[in-house]
Design a protein around this ligand. Structure first.
Ligand code: 13P
Length: 256
């Protein structure tokens, strides 16, 4: 199975800065096989960057998209407009769930809209600190996972990528802590088990699962060796070119 290293730039970098970063990233990239390097810049940068990149080396992801393809939805950008520009879209990120108040129903429609437009959704799931403290981690993960996947047909299931991001471990969250490999392993197991119970072992096996939350060059190797983890969703460290390149190098080594 491929390893995925996805950089989520969130609300950072102008179009010009994004272009310069990508230019430098391509120059510093090691040669690799069976590794998918993806960056998710702001929506505004997607069109120019899609013309700049060599898609054999780097792929683009949107950070969001709207679930209707066209119509009177002021300010939205649809997956049909993103079609052809990006290969992936991050959907249901905790910053959209908790700051922008997106619920599971909205996320479910976005996942379906992405697939309908030939874009692979990266569906984010993960508990907040109080849910973990109250022993609700498994229920939260299952609800978000099955909610997000509710409109995905069996045939399309393997197109979906799941990202487990415990909200309390995201670097920009106040008082963020590092998730320990055993905590991550436990959550990945919940995800894998839920997928097996819902879709069967064969289908579940084909689904890519990533981990995200304060990933850095110093912990990437540890997270990548957790069974069932197929890659990383990187926030802060993906903004620092040499750190992102280091993480890609580490992924390459772990695979070898
Ligand atoms: P950090 O790597 O900055 O914790 O962000 C994680 C994240 O939210 C990626 O989507």
């Amino acid at each position: 199975m491929k390893t995925y290293i996805v950089g989520n730039w969130k609300l950072n970098f102008t179009v010009g800065e994004s272009s310069i970063y990508l230019h430098k990233l391509v120059k510093s990239l090691p040669s690799y096989r069976n590794l998918e390097v993806v960056v998710a810049p702001s929506t505004l940068s997607l069109q120019p960057l899609s013309l700049q990149i060599d898609r054999k080396r780097i792929k683009l992801a949107a950070q969001n998209g709207f679930y209707r393809d066209y119509g009177a939805f002021t300010g939205e950008v649809s997956f049909s407009q993103l079609r052809g520009l990006v290969d992936y879209a991050i959907i249901g990120h905790s910053e959209r769930r908790y700051i922008l108040k997106e619920d599971d129903k909205t996320i479910q429609k976005k996942v379906a809209a992405a697939i309908r437009n030939k874009i692979r959704p990266i569906l984010c799931v993960g508990e907040i600190e109080s849910e973990r403290a109250f022993g609700e981690t498994a229920d939260t993960i299952k609800d978000q996972l099955l909610g997000g996947l509710a409109d995905v047909s069996d045939d399309d299931l393997s197109k979906v990528i799941i990202a487990y991001e415990p909200v309390w471990a995201i670097s920009s969250v106040k008082g963020a802590k590092l998730a320990s490999p055993s905590e991550v392993a436990e959550a990945i197991d919940i995800i894998r088990q839920t997928l097996i119970e819902t879709y069967g072992a064969e289908a579940a096996k084909k689904i890519t699962v990533l981990f995200g939350g304060s990933v850095s060059p110093s912990n990437a190797g540890g997270y990548l060796t957790i069974p069932g983890v197929n890659g990383l969703l990187v926030g802060g460290a993906s903004l620092i070119l040499h750190e992102f390149v280091d993480i890609i190098e580490i992924a390459k080594k772990v695979q070898a």
